[in-house]
Each structure stands twice: as C-alpha cells, then as structure tokens.
Ligand binder design. Structure first.
Ligand code: ADP
Length: 258
C-alpha cells in the first residue's frame, strides 16, 4: 500500500516541474522573443566548400549546419549499385561539440536513423534514373544543434545537391511545427521540443506541392495535427524563398561576372 501511495506523488512532482518552465508568455511571445508562427532567423549560403562537388551552409537560430555533396560517382562498395538508378548515401552526423554535453563522435542510433529519414526525404526530388550504377553522397555535419536539425539538415542538403548540379524535380525544404503550453508553434527550438507536447517535422517540395517526410513526436488531436502540418508547410514556403535567394546570390553573381 505504501508503495502505491508514493507513485502518484512522484508523477505530480514531475508534472509541476514541467509546468514551471513557461514557454509562452501571456502576450503569446516565446522564450526567444518570437511569435507563435515565426521562424528563427535564417541564413543560407551555397558553394562554401571548394573541395566538395556541391556544398551549403545554414544557420537557423542557434543551429549551424554544413553539407558537402559528392557525385554522381562510381558506387562503393559495388554491391550497393543499382542497375537502373543512382543510390543516395546520406550521413547525418552531430559533431562532438554540437550539444552541451560532449557527444561521442561515433554514429549514434539517432544519427543512423536520421541519415535514413533524410535520405528518404531527398530521394523523391532527384532524377536518380539519369545516373544508373552510381552513388550520390550527402554528408551533413551538425556543427551546433538547437532543435529541428533533421529539418534544417534536409533544407541544407537540398541546396548542396543543387549546387553540385544534380538534376532535381524540385528543391526540398523542411520545417517543424509543434505544440507547447497548449499552443501550436512554428520551428521549435530545443527547449520547446524537449519541454513541449509535440513536434511534427515536415519536408516539402514547394513546386510539386508534395510532402516527402512527415513525422510526429508526442500527441496531438486530429485538428491540431492538421493545423501543425499546414503551419509547417507555411514555414517551408518561407524557407524556400531564402533557399532560392542563396542559389541566386551565387549563380546570378557568377553569370554577371561572365
Ligand atoms: P531534431 O534535431 O530534428 O529536432 P531530435 O528531436 O531527435 O531531432 O532532437 C532535438 C534536439 O535535441 C537536437 O536538435 C539537439 O539540440 C538535441 N540533442 C540531440 N541529441 C543530443 C545529444 N546527444 N546530446 C544533447 N542534445 C542532443
């Protein structure tokens, strides 16, 4: 009997600790001063690594992400090659200094999972059938992480693929929406992700109007889920405008110089 009395008390303490951290104030302003439907400040640049075939760098709030792309090139090991299309080899990697506690440089379970979901989010956009038997390698380095790195990794990787001159049906851009303090939010930072109730990352091809990644962590009602998805798609459209600018600022300048 004693043991069963203790348990509810522990649960209660945990809940009140969670409530103590208020993520949104009475005016609807978030911890970093953003409105509920506002993205973090974003910077993007392409062609930042001379040794890669294509590259891009992105800052989104405190996230800092660098992507290098190689290929299409001969696939190694050979048995991964496909007769009718290119394969994408994607590596998402968090640097040991990207989070507050040193992260092991070895790939974690999470790194491996995110490598796979990011690959699957990019594949529909690429004309893989143009390059049979080859591999396209995408290396995503998370230099600094503050929530939403899978989405920011996809947005950056799509830019690096475009910079490598790989033919694509559309760019891919990704953004998350979620819920905290009972409100729907756009582009969650780490604290909102951890303390909040739900996170819905969405990757999107803006011209084809097609979703290439949809995940949910936490719980939402059906209405909240639908609203979160459309909020994330709005975020994707804003990020897409910045992606286009980043590409133009490299390639239009090169064209003018010619
Ligand atoms: P995403 O970065 O796409 O939101 P997660 O929800 O798995 O992916 O992670 C949320 C955040 O948690 C990351 O962006 C990062 O800031 C933090 N995080 C992830 N792994 C670690 C780790 N090993 N140590 C500390 N923080 C981490």
């Amino acid at each position: 009997m004693k043991a069963s009395k203790k348990k509810p008390k522990q649960v209660k303490e945990k809940k009140s600790a969670k409530k103590a951290e208020k993520l949104i104030d009475k005016k609807g302003v978030r911890l970093d001063g953003r409105k509920l439907d506002e993205l973090r400040p974003v910077k993007m640049a392409v062609g930042v690594l001379p040794n890669a075939n294509g590259s891009a760098y992105l800052e989104q709030g405190r996230n800092k992400i660098l992507v290098g792309v190689f290929g299409p090139k001969e696939a190694h090991p050979r048995h991964i090659a496909q007769q009718d299309r290119a394969v994408i080899q994607c590596r998402y990697h968090m640097a040991p200094f990207s989070v507050d506690e040193r992260k092991s440089p070895a790939p974690s379970r999470r790194d491996i999972e995110l490598s796979k979901v990011i690959r699957q989010a990019l594949e529909p956009a690429i004309f893989l059938e143009y390059y049979p038997k080859t591999a396209i390698q995408v290396y995503i380095e998370i230099l600094q992480a503050d929530g939403g790195t899978r989405c920011a990794g996809i947005t950056t990787a799509a830019l690096a693929l475009a910079d490598a001159g790989i033919p694509m049906r559309d760019l891919v851009v990704a953004c998350a929406a979620g819920k905290a303090d009972g409100k729907l939010l756009l582009d969650l930072m780490d604290t909102e992700d951890k303390v909040g109730d739900a996170d819905v990352p969405v990757a999107f091809m803006p011209n084809l109007n097609a979703i290439t990644l949809l995940q949910m962590d936490g719980s939402l009602t059906t209405d909240e889920f639908e609203n979160a998805v459309s909020m994330a798609i709005d975020g994707c459209k804003q990020l897409y405008a910045i992606q286009k600018e980043a590409l133009k600022s490299k390639y239009v300048t090169v064209e003018e110089a010619k």
